[in-house]
Design a protein around this ligand. Structure first.
Ligand code: CO8
Length: 257
């Protein structure tokens, strides 16, 4: 199942996970999400994987949840099959996730990209939460994560009017980290992932957790978490190596211990 719906590539410590329902613009069916979650769970357990790129294809990252499935289901079936709960497993992935976005990144697709740790977008990317046009609203964290990313004014505009953002607008509003030429959408995301993968995996994971705390805890709690994460990182061999390497004017060799 996952072989069809998900394409998985490895480039050294970087895993590349590509959604593969091109005819449906990578609409996130229950089956596709289950395959994605399972793939990410397995990669997260592999100590040799230091960063993961999540992408689609040039035309679409993902055009949202599968509308045909939503139309066929009921409120009760959605509640009982707990499909949206599966998305929480992505938030729990400790390995850094880089979203590589080209083309449509809408609805659940935008929510999936925002579940990743940072977004690299091609100039062709379009971001939106158009659920309002369907008589519903974002259901996988969009009202919360988009608002935290771009602020209330732009989030309200997008979620209430269905306004879409170009990649440049998304960069200006703080939704994406980098915008690159159309053809570089995947290469640049892989490059960012490779840069992250070259760091100490312990400090990277702790830093990811600490930044996430900024969204989920009051400032004092987040600052305290960061301090303890700093102490913990300092206890690693990699921290000793990194600090000594600077003092000795050489490049560090991180071992993940
Ligand atoms: N779901 C299912 N099929 C889709 C979806 C989708 N989200 N988007 C596109 N498709 C299908 C089309 O039906 C079409 O199929 P077919 O060729 O069989 O007719 C094919 O993909 C190509 O699409 P178009 O012909 O429409 O291509 P265009 O280039 O003309 O338009 C658009 C591209 C603008 C992206 C257009 O397809 C569109 O508006 N798509 C829907 C976007 C949208 O509304 N997304 C939000 C969906 S709701 C959501 O995400 C809620 C998330 C809450 C979490 C729930 C988890 C279970």
């Amino acid at each position: 199942m996952s072989d069809e719906l998900i394409r998985l590539e490895r480039e050294g410590p970087v895993a590349v996970v590509l959604l593969n329902r091109p005819k449906q613009l990578n609409a996130l069916s229950g089956e596709l999400m289950a395959a994605l979650v399972e793939t990410l769970r397995q990669l997260d357990e592999d100590r040799d994987v230091r960063a993961i790129v999540v992408g689609g294809n040039e035309r679409a990252f993902a055009a949202g949840a599968d509308i045909a499935e939503l139309a066929a289901g009921t409120a009760i079936s959605l509640y009982e099959n707990r499909r949206i709960d599966a998305w929480d497993a992505i938030r729990a992935v400790r390995t850094p996730l880089v979203a590589a976005v080209s083309g449509f990144c809408l609805g659940g697709g935008c929510e999936l990209a925002m579940l990743c740790d940072l977004i690299v977008a091609s100039e062709s990317a379009t971001f939106g939460q158009p659920e309002i046009n369907l008589g519903v609203l974002p259901g996988a964290g969009g009202t919360q994560r988009l608002t935290r990313a771009v602020g209330k004014a732009v989030a309200m505009d997008m979620i209430l009017s269905g306004r879409t953002l170009s990649a440049r607008e998304a960069l200006g509003f703080g939704l994406v980290a980098r915008v690159v030429a159309r053809e570089a959408w995947l290469a640049e995301a892989k490059r960012v992932a490779a840069d992250i993968a070259a760091k100490s995996p312990i400090s990277v994971r702790l830093a990811k957790e600490a930044v996430d705390k900024a969204f989920e805890a009051p400032l004092a709690v987040g600052v305290e978490f960061e301090r303890r994460a700093f102490y913990l990182a300092r206890a690693s061999d990699d921290a000793t190596e990194g600090l000594n390497a600077f003092v000795e004017k050489r490049l560090p060799e991180f071992r993940g211990t």
